[in-house]
Design a protein around this ligand. Structure first.
Ligand code: ASP
Length: 346
């Protein structure tokens, strides 16, 4: 009997440390973006990761080749388009991506690829494939293995695989620029752990809302992510920034509090409200704090701010930009915001 054909997997390359060249420099290694073609990348994979050929029939597409610091909404839409146009041909998709903005791209894809009925796994590396003792090879092998296991409830979503953990894509946060354990999902368990075997968590996947509206792939470029600080320069923001914005994601202190004692800060919130700008309040990494606990948090809600719950800052920014890119967004914003489109918050 002939062996069953290997599953077809699409590997989309977007850049990042994974494929960068390393050259020594006095201050340590220096990484640079090389010239790449699908052929040269496929050749590198055959040479450096020969075991891929035992797992899947991998097609390699070099969609772009950039440091992920140079990716944004147009690239998120391009990646989603590439997947949408051909994903019926593949059992699953692996996206190679730089780690710096991977959490944003994963969040964006989780909204753009609904309903996601196949595994879409983002991965990358802290050390390039060409370097000794790299994590690129093992991240790629496991990501391809997970994607090629094909549709299964917990894998049918946009996920992130890094250092032996499969995480829900829109709940991740980059935790380290140097540890191999680069990502965490602070408020939700890993979907699967990879040891000698791939062990999926037994929990149910997030509920898929069938009545959630279809979102057009359009991100509002007038959304700003602003951190509060002690001594927040509210006056400068009110005078120079608010008139150019259509939405604000406000990163507040860990218990959901902000300098609400400062009349200029309150004025800033009121000016935003008068201009009909939604102000969404989130904490770094997403927190399960209750903003009602402290007066300095309750005041934010009293001023009409919207609490993002345990959503990560990255996902919050992406969701706000996407919702505010929809027609009639400002009118319907609060209603739309409450919808859990892709399990983005608990
Ligand atoms: N600056 C790189 C990037 O995000 C870092 C990485 O890939 O780890 O593309």
């Amino acid at each position: 009997m002939r062996p069953a054909p290997l599953p077809r997997i699409l590997i989309i390359y977007t850049g990042g440390t994974f494929g960068m060249n390393v050259s020594p420099s006095r201050s340590g290694a220096r990484l640079s973006v090389p010239r790449l073609s699908p052929q040269s990348l496929a050749r590198d994979f055959r040479k450096q990761v020969p075991e891929l050929a035992q797992i899947a029939n991998c097609e390699v597409s070099v969609l772009m080749n950039r440091d992920s610091a140079h990716l944004g909404p147009p690239e998120w839409c391009k990646i989603a388009d590439r997947i949408r146009s051909t994903w019926k041909n593949y059992r699953g998709v692996v996206i190679l991506h730089g780690t710096d903005t991977l959490a944003y791209t994963a969040s964006a894809l989780s909204f753009l690829l609904r309903p996601c009925l196949k595994p879409v796994v983002l991965t990358g590396a802290q050390r390039p494939l060409s370097a000794l003792r790299n994590d690129a090879r093992r991240n790629l092998v496991s990501a391809v293995e997970i994607a090629s296991a094909g549709p299964r409830p917990l894998a049918n979503q946009v996920s992130v695989f890094f250092d032996d953990e499969l995480l829900q894509g829109n709940r991740v946060h980059k935790r380290s620029a140097t540890d191999y354990h680069a990502f965490e999902s602070p408020h939700i368990e890993a979907l699967a752990l990879v040891g000698t075997e791939i062990r999926y968590r037994s929990a149910k996947p997030f509920p898929r809302s069938s009545h959630a509206p279809v979102l057009i792939p359009q991100f509002n470029p007038k959304v700003a992510l602003i951190h509060v600080t002690p001594g927040f320069p509210a006056k400068a923001y009110s005078a120079h920034l608010l008139e150019h914005l259509e939405g604000i994601v406000l990163n507040v202190f860990p218990s959901g509090t902000a300098p609400t004692h400062d009349p200029e800060f309150v004025k800033f919130l009121r000016t935003a409200r008068r201009r009909k700008l939604p102000v969404i309040v989130v904490t770094e990494g997403g927190s399960n704090a209750d903003p009602n606990t402290y007066e300095a948090g309750r005041a934010l809600l009293d001023e009409g701010c919207i609490w993002a719950g345990d959503m990560t800052t990255e996902c919050c920014f992406v969701k706000a930009s996407l919702l505010l890119g929809q027609p009639h967004a400002q009118r319907d914003f609060e209603k739309l915001w409450k919808i859990r489109f892709a399990g983005e918050a608990g």
